[in-house]
Design a protein around this ligand. Structure first.
Ligand code: MG
Length: 162
């Protein structure tokens, strides 16, 4: 058994709208993400973390804009990456993530985001860390211009000849 770790991050510009998608969950608010896909920064960061753990490049390599439909559900990127993990005999052990957003405050949404991730990943909630931070008024997040996310993923991989 071999352990692998990967890291991912993402940022999207915010504009006025009717809500944002985070970890597959729709959160109504006066903003939306500017993105070709549904703009789910958390699933994008998580996809990159899983790809990184397998040294399989990044989400931009696998899903160039030309391969993404307008408003596409980002769960596809995660589910296809999970299939890649399975093909490589890798399993998710746990994930941890941080969402950075000035408003709305995500404290009341963290548990539901964790549950949504649990459903998408088929991973128990006690293996999923969800943390939310503001930008303390600083930088693009703090000024309310952007939403960002970071994620790490730990995998266990069956040794090829085990
Ligand atoms: Mg993105």
């Amino acid at each position: 058994m071999q352990m692998r770790i990967g890291i991912g991050n993402d940022i999207h510009r915010l504009e006025s709208g009717n809500g944002i998608r985070l970890g597959g969950l729709f959160i109504p608010c006066p903003f939306s993400c500017r993105a070709r896909s549904d703009g789910d920064v958390l699933l994008h960061a998580l996809t990159d973390a899983m790809l990184g753990a397998l040294a399989e490049g990044d989400i931009g390599d696998r899903y160039p804009e030309s391969a993404v439909r307008q408003g596409e559900d980002s769960r596809r990127f995660v589910l296809e990456t999970l299939a890649l993990l399975a093909a490589r005999r890798a399993r998710l052990v746990n994930i941890d993530c941080i969402i950075e957003l000035e408003r709305p405050r995500l404290a009341e949404w963290k548990e539901a985001i964790g549950q949504s991730l649990s459903d998408i990943l088929s991973l128990p909630p006690d293996r999923i860390g969800v943390k939310a931070k503001t930008g303390e008024g600083l930088g693009p997040v703090g000024e309310g211009l952007a939403i960002a996310a970071r994620a790490v993923a730990l995998l266990s991989v069956e040794a090829p000849d085990a």
